[in-house]
Each structure stands twice: as C-alpha cells, then as structure tokens.
Write a protein that binds this ligand. Structure first.
Ligand SMILES: Cc1cc2nc3c(=O)[nH]c(=O)nc-3n(C[C@H](O)[C@H](O)[C@H](O)COP(=O)(O)OP(=O)(O)OC[C@H]3O[C@@H](n4cnc5c(N)ncnc54)[C@H](O)[C@@H]3O)c2cc1C
Length: 392
C-alpha cells in the first residue's frame, strides 16, 4: 500500500476522540498560544501567582493542563489512556514534575517512577516510561563530571546514589516489562548521562529492549554517535534502544556556547538537522536486528518519511521494534492517522499534580510560540475539523 502524502490532512481521523466542545476549547487555547506577547505575559503572571501561593491551579487545570496532561492520578490517567486505546494509540508516561534538586526530591522521583512502572505493567497501552536522569541527581554534579573535575568524597557518594537510583528503576522496569526512555538533556551534562545509559543498556537489554537513550539530531556530532552506538551494541551483544529527537534546548545551547566562546554543538541550520534526522531514521530501520526505534517528532515530514521507509523496506507497519510518538495535546493529525494505518503510534503523556506540572506547561506554551508555525498549524487543523463537522 502506498502512503498518501496528504495523509495528515485527514482531520476526521485526527480528532475522532474530540467532542465539538473539546474542539472549541482547543481552538481558543491555540489562538491564545499563537500570541507571543500573551504567552510571555501569562507565563510571568503564572510564575508570580505560584510564588505568592495564589490558587491558580483550577484555571490551569481547565485550560492548558487538560489539553497537555493525562491527569493528576493514575486513575485519571486511565481515562485518558483508555480513550486513546480505543483509537489504537499507546502512551509514553512521564511524571511531569521538574526542577528538583535535593536528595529527598530525587528519592521521591524514584518512588513516583516505580509507581508508574507498576501501573504500566498492568496497562498494555503504556508503551514506556520517560525519565530524566537529572530527576535522580544534581545538575551541578553532572557538570562537574563532564568537566572532568576532581570529585570530592561527598560528590563520589552522591554519584553512586544517582547510579543506584537509576539501576533500581531499571530493575523495576525489567520486572514489569515497561521500557525506559531516558531523555537527552543539555550537551554540557550529556556525557555522564550517556555513560550511565550505555551501562544499563549493556546490563538490561540482553533479551528485551528495556533501556533507550535519546539522540538529539540537532547536534552535529550525534549521527556519528548513533552509528558508533549501533556498532558497540552489536559487538557487545546487546540491543540498542534509540529514541530520535531533534532537540529541545537549541537557544540555550547557542547562548551558552557564545557566552563561553566555544563552537556551538548545534547544526547551523534546520536543513542540516532535518538531513541528519532523516539519515538517522534510515540507519535505524536498517539495523532493526539489534535495535529498537522510537521516532519522537511532531514533524509531518519526518513521520511521513518513517512511514514511507517502513513500506519501502517491506517492514510490517506494526513491527514491535518501531514506535512513533508525539506530545499529548498536539500533532493529533499525525498520531491518529499513523495508528489508523497500523503503525505503533503513541502520545507522550505527562501526569502529576496540577501545581507541580505548571513549569512543564509554561515551557510547552513558550515552546509552541518559538517553534515556527507549529501553533498555527494546530489551530488550522482544529478550525478545519470544526468546519468539516458543520458541513456534515
Ligand atoms: C515523545 C517526545 C520525546 C522527546 N524527548 C526529548 C528529549 O529527550 N530531549 C530533547 O532535547 N527533546 C525531546 N523532545 C522534544 C523534541 O526535541 C522537540 O519536540 C523537537 O525539537 C521539535 O522538533 P520536531 O521534530 O517535533 O519538529 P520540527 O518542528 O521539524 O523541528 C523543530 C526543531 O528543529 C530544530 N531547529 C529549528 N530551527 C533550527 C535552526 N535554525 N537550526 C538548528 N536546528 C533548528 C530544533 O531542535 C527545533 O526544536 C521530545 C519530543 C517528543 C515528541
């Protein structure tokens, strides 16, 4: 079957799970989010309101939270998950609480992730749990390690704790057969993170693929890194878990490189990033014998390319080694159309207490205004579906 290039224009499929009222609300929200000034003002006001403990949670819950998050509890998430399941869409769970920096917080994050893995073990639609290693250890510690600074005895103990926390999670993931997708973060801490992930892949990816690393193709060195990791996994006789993304910290990376006077690790243009992303998808699909792949992108072009290559290489649409993923609340035209054609489509689904997830939501809103055209594309699709329904 040939994949139609206009497949993602099908808004009937894209919004099949949405009521007319849901669509109206999404339209209002994306309209607001397309206004840079309003998002910036709203973010500052939200941060201020939180800092003086104003009760803003209900407002957030009714607006952005419901659009982008699964729920505050697993029970609430279950409703979202069941609804997605009806359309053949799975989820990647993510405990959306960020920016914690104390040992107590790190231990809480481990406990929360263990709960999520156990929940995932009982729910087939949970295809993986997404974690950040900065949820288990101090950012400053990772920086120090990457700078190859001498670690104090206290630092060394702390590092052992971080590795123990990660390994504890890997063990529970293996027991519950829920893969772990480890996020890629800022380039100046990524080396120790990669090291830890590689170690866990060697240990836990012998028969199944439990641990995935993330490859940020906006970095000009990551395609080579991916190739080297594929070879290493082959030689070491373990499975490589590869989640491909473009990368979320472009502006921060460039600013830092400028500030400290080193060459930016980010490609100079989007075109180069796209070319590396395409090559990475192609290479991964050619190495499925010892690799599991997740194409994590909102881009219609990248998802279309993935689908076309799968067809061209005569791989089953539902091959259990290949997943696609988009953020919950966005890119439904991609996810639902992928699922309709039998591909393993998933949504990245953050959950957690509204108040604690607000920083994630603010970032989402800001990212939407900074990613050229994305919000207007979402808005156009919602409008198109509203119009289509009216004409029926
Ligand atoms: C399921 C999922 C998991 C994710 N996990 C991670 C993760 O672990 N780590 C992480 O960093 N991000 C992660 N992301 C975020 C991801 O990196 C962003 O969503 C992504 O960058 C947006 O790109 P895109 O492929 O969706 O689409 P596009 O809209 O095609 O690409 C936009 C991206 O291209 C790059 N770009 C844009 N302009 C330029 C330019 N001028 N020069 C160079 N590059 C440019 C930037 O990376 C920008 O974000 C994840 C996203 C999803 C959906």
């Amino acid at each position: 079957m040939k994949i139609q290039p206009n497949i993602f224009e099908n808004t009937e499929v894209a919004f099949a799970d949405k009521t007319d009222a849901d669509l109206k609300k999404a339209k209002a929200l994306f309209k607001l989010m397309s206004n840079n000034g309003l998002v910036s003002l709203g973010s500052s006001l939200a941060n201020f309101a939180l800092s003086i403990h104003l009760p803003v949670s209900p407002l957030f819950r009714w607006t952005v939270y419901n659009q982008f998050c699964g729920g505050e509890t697993f029970n609430e998430c279950k409703r979202t998950i069941n609804k997605l399941e009806e359309y053949g869409v799975g989820v990647l769970l993510n405990y959306g609480v960020e920016l914690k920096e104390t040992e107590k917080d790190f231990n809480t994050t481990v406990d929360k992730n263990i709960e999520a893995l156990e929940f995932g073990g009982e729910n087939k639609s949970v295809k993986a749990l997404c974690i950040k290693l900065t949820g288990f250890g101090r950012f400053g510690l990772f920086e120090k390690i990457q700078r190859r600074e001498k670690l104090s005895i206290k630092d060394k103990r702390e590092y052992v704790q971080v590795k123990n926390r990660f390994e504890k999670i890997c063990k529970v993931a293996q027991k519950n057969e829920v893969p772990l997708y480890v996020d890629a973060e800022e380039s100046w801490i990524q080396e120790p993170l990669d090291g830890m992930v590689e170690l866990m892949m060697k240990k836990y990816n012998r028969e199944q693929c439990i641990v995935f690393n993330t490859f940020q193709l906006y970095r000009h060195d990551r395609l080579d890194y991916l190739k080297a990791q594929i070879e290493k996994a082959k030689e070491g006789n373990y499975i490589l878990g590869a989640k491909l993304v473009r990368g979320a910290y472009m502006e921060k990376e460039r600013e830092r490189a400028k500030q400290f006077g080193y060459p930016s690790p980010i490609h100079k243009s989007k075109k180069e990033v796209d070319a590396d992303f395409d090559k990475a998808v192609n290479i991964c699909l050619d190495n499925l014998d010892n690799l599991y792949l997740c194409i994590a992108s909102q881009s219609e072009e990248s998802n279309l390319l993935g689908m076309e290559l799968i067809e061209k290489k005569k791989i089953d649409h539902g091959n259990p080694r290949i997943f696609f993923s988009q953020l919950y609340g966005m890119g439904n035209n991609v996810t639902f159309n992928l699922a309709k054609l039998g591909f393993n489509a998933t949504k990245y689904l953050p959950y957690g207490p509204v108040k604690e997830v607000i920083p994630y939501l603010i970032r989402r809103a800001q990212e939407n205004t900074s990613v050229a055209g994305q919000t207007s594309r979402e808005l156009d699709l919602v409008k198109k579906e509203i119009k289509r329904r009216k004409s029926c």
